[in-house]
Design a protein around this ligand. Structure first.
Ligand code: NAD
Ligand code: DAU
Length: 339
């Protein structure tokens, strides 16, 4: 089988490439990635010498190049991770989110129709369901929870999901969609909560917590997400949506304090800053369907996963220090300076 994995130089896509090469050594993986600020070839370095792996630099919104790649490589399966993925950036500049997340998905699905691929998998997010109240722990997102988005990012992901469902119904494109909760683990770009807090703590810089830090996210170790997608590709049903989550709800402030404790750094580094506009209160996934139908369960407990993750950032300082030394500085100043 030949898999076209888009966005494989990013956090989850990179982990997925490594997962697939390890678990399915006879399959071929082609990674298409535009190498935006979030894409990093160092993430794919462990795969570079594998004869079953090929990297192609390219933009999923570029129709002629995407068509040419499909014509040349004839993928059996497409897994679309490529996206603008950071909520704060979407609030600052929504346009690129619509371009990549919506139009890019359409371009890939058009090529998938034209070249008769066996499965198009859209990697989506629990953010398409909006948020849940903090005082109703009984409420969880299921696959039938109405779409109700808050940020330009989540709206663009929801638009892509609806388009994918339309391509399934109208053109019979064999689409599956997964909606996952917050991932953490190796190769996570240090603009996101967990890697940002680890990097700042290691550099003795203030840890910027939005609002009161009481917002809740449902954290899943990235390898568990990759395993779930792999199962959906093999045993999932075209036209279906699968929610993926770890049953691991935590308040942001508790995560930040845990990171400081693990690193032996003082809580005085915590700085409460102006809240994110439209900040979703709580995400919580009911992963009952993917468990019942495909036998998936998360394997890494948060207590272990966060230790492994912190260890990875300690052992791979070069990976994230390279990022911090580049244009990221300007981003950080824009987002956090004077907040
Ligand atoms: P990321 O920002 O780390 O990586 C995105 C990758 O896509 C980068 O390598 C980037 O270069 C590439 N890319 C961006 N625009 C592109 C374009 N136009 N053409 C080709 N490549 C392009 O993102 P991530 O956190 O790994 O998320 C991957 C996917 O998973 C996204 O679709 C996101 O919505 C979804 N998701 C993420 C999480 C999470 O917690 N990070 C949870 C659920 C779902
Ligand atoms: O739920 C899945 C989503 O999880 C994915 O679809 C997104 O691509 C991914 O970025 C993530 O979105 P969040 O907005 O939940 O993740 P982020 O790491 O940006 O923020 C997590 C929480 O931490 C959120 O409540 C905001 C807060 N936060 C974040 C940053 C960057 C802070 O308090 N301070 C910060 O500096």
């Amino acid at each position: 089988m030949t898999y076209l994995v888009t966005g494989g130089a990013g956090f989850i896509g990179g982990n997925f490439v490594h997962h697939m090469l390890r678990e399915h050594p006879n399959d071929t993986i082609i990674c298409l990635d535009a190498l935006t600020y979030a894409g990093n070839l160092e993430t794919l370095e462990p795969a570079a010498k594998n004869p079953n792996f090929r990297f192609v630099k390219g933009d999923i919104t570029g129709r002629p190049a995407v068509d040419a790649l499909f014509a040349e490589t004839k993928p059996d399966v497409v897994v679309n991770f490529a996206a603008e993925s950071h909520v704060d950036r979407s609030i600052d500049n929504p346009g690129i989110f619509l371009q990549t997340n919506v139009i890019g998905t359409q371009v890939l699905m058009d090529a998938s129709r034209k070249y008769g691929i066996k499965r198009f998998h859209q990697v989506s997010t629990d953010e398409v369901y909006g948020d849940l109240p903090l005082d109703r722990p009984d409420l969880l997102f299921t696959e039938t929870t109405p779409i109700h988005t808050s940020s330009p990012y989540s709206a663009s992901k929801a638009a892509a999901d609806l388009l994918a469902a339309a391509y399934f119904r109208t053109y019979k494109l064999p689409v599956t969609i997964s909606r996952c909760s917050n991932n953490y683990g190796p190769y996570h770009f240090p603009e996101k909560l967990i890697p940002l807090m680890i990097a700042n703590a290691l550099n003795d810089k203030p840890l910027p917590v939005y609002g009161k830090g009481e917002n809740v996210r449902d954290w899943l170790y990235v390898e568990d997400h990759c395993r779930a997608i792999d199962l959906i590709l093999r045993n999932g049903t075209a036209g279906e949506v699968y929610n993926i989550g770890g049953h691991n709800e935590m308040r942001n402030i508790d995560i930040v304090k845990l990171i400081l404790k693990e690193l032996g750094k003082p809580e005085t580094l915590i700085t409460y800053v102006t809240d994110r506009a439209g900040h979703d209160l709580r995400y919580a996934i009911n992963p009952g369907k993917v468990h019942r139908e495909l036998g998936w369960l998360p394997e890494t407990k948060f207590a272990d996963g966060i230790k492994k993750t912190i260890r990875w950032y300690l052992d791979n300082r070069g990976w994230w220090e390279n990022i911090l030394s580049g244009e990221y500085q300007q981003y950080y100043e824009k987002m956090y300076g004077g907040r």
